[in-house]
Design a protein around this ligand. Structure first.
Ligand SMILES: Nc1ncnc2c1ncn2[C@@H]1O[C@H](COP(=O)(O)OP(=O)(O)O)[C@@H](O)[C@H]1O
Ligand SMILES: [Mg+2]
Length: 300
């Protein structure tokens, strides 16, 4: 795994998102055995997660790592007791994150995920927190792994067809799609519009993004494509809502100017994104995003 570039390391240390003790995703995945083999999952009624089993000796080590990870993520101290309820793998996606359910001090139950540590994920989440007010994503990452608190609500892929249809007829949901659409377009976040495993919805019809793996890519950023064709004439009424969301993001971005600048400087050093930026007439991703932000009146 590549080391963090100096500037990225500095940025994320300051942001307190980086922590070298986040456990290794590939190691935890490698030594855990799924309770149901992946190729049999569909026959067994499609569980959304499959328990992982660890050998006794391994489990002690895994447990210590996960308890430390939970304490880090939830800001617990030495006296707090964390009990591991379940470790599972997520079968219906590309990278198979690990889901961990814990009980804290015998009374509160929390769920977090361990994922591979790719720049799209940690830059994507950090940008989300800097640009979109109100729903911060709680995460930490190291060179080897990324831990993130479960988002509220239910992942759309786990809705029934009826529930999904009802969503499309719910005006609060459609308004929220339009708002989220502003962010996905701003950071070129693909694989949300067409992938129901990558966002969740709560009872109030708030939408939460949970997969930033396809950020800064060519693709489809328009969440309103989720609407069936007969609903597309609603776009007219959503223009105002999107304008308001743009203004909200602009205000929040300007309030976080220093952090945003530091993050964009770090992104300018990430060579992996150079091709994407060059194709769009910019020097690097930091430069490209600055240009996009400027179009929105965000002068950094
Ligand atoms: N923060 C989260 N909150 C709730 N569920 C999550 C979260 N992260 C991942 N999941 C669950 O795990 C699945 C796979 O995670 P995801 O990040 O989409 O992996 P991949 O990048 O391989 O597609 C999601 O579809 C969702 O069911
Ligand atoms: Mg996904």
């Amino acid at each position: 795994m590549a080391e963090l570039s100096d500037i990225a390391g500095r940025v994320f240390t300051d942001e307190r998102y980086y922590n070298p003790n986040v456990p290794s995703f590939s190691e935890l995945s490698k030594i855990g055995r799924p309770e149901i083999p992946f190729d049999q999952v569909r026959e067994k009624g499609e569980p959304y997660a499959i328990r992982l089993k660890y050998g006794n000796e391994e489990f002690d080590r895994v447990k210590q790592q996960l308890i430390a990870a939970a304490k880090m993520l939830y800001g617990l101290n030495g006296k707090d007791r964390v009990h591991i309820e379940e470790i599972a793998t997520m079968p219906f996606c590309t990278t198979n994150p690990i889901r961990v359910i814990v009980t804290i001090n015998q009374n509160s139950r929390r769920t977090f995920y361990i994922k591979n540590s790719v720049p799209q994920r940690y830059y994507g989440k950090a940008l989300y927190n800097i640009l979109v007010p109100g729903k911060d994503i709680n995460f930490r990452f190291s060179e080897n792994g990324l831990i993130v608190d479960a988002v509220p609500g239910i992942v759309e892929a786990q809705h029934t067809a009826d529930q999904r249809r009802a969503l499309m007829n719910n005006s609060t949901y459609v308004d929220n799609l339009a708002k989220m659409n502003v962010f996905t377009n701003l950071v070129f976040l693909d694989d949300i519009a067409k992938n129901e495993g990558n966002l969740s919805v709560d009872d109030a019809k708030s939408i939460y993004l949970l997969d930033f793996d396809q950020a800064f890519r060519d693709g489809n950023y328009n969440l309103l494509e989720k609407l069936p064709p007969e609903k597309r004439q609603m776009l007219r009424s959503l223009v105002d809502i999107m304008r308001q969301e743009r203004a909200r993001i602009k205000e929040h971005a300007l309030r976080n100017k220093q952090r945003l600048n530091a993050l964009l400087d770090a992104l300018s050093t990430e060579k992996d994104f150079d091709d994407f930026a060059w194709q769009r007439g910019s020097l690097d991703l930091g430069d490209l995003l600055r240009r996009e932000f400027r179009k929105e009146g965000i002068e950094l």
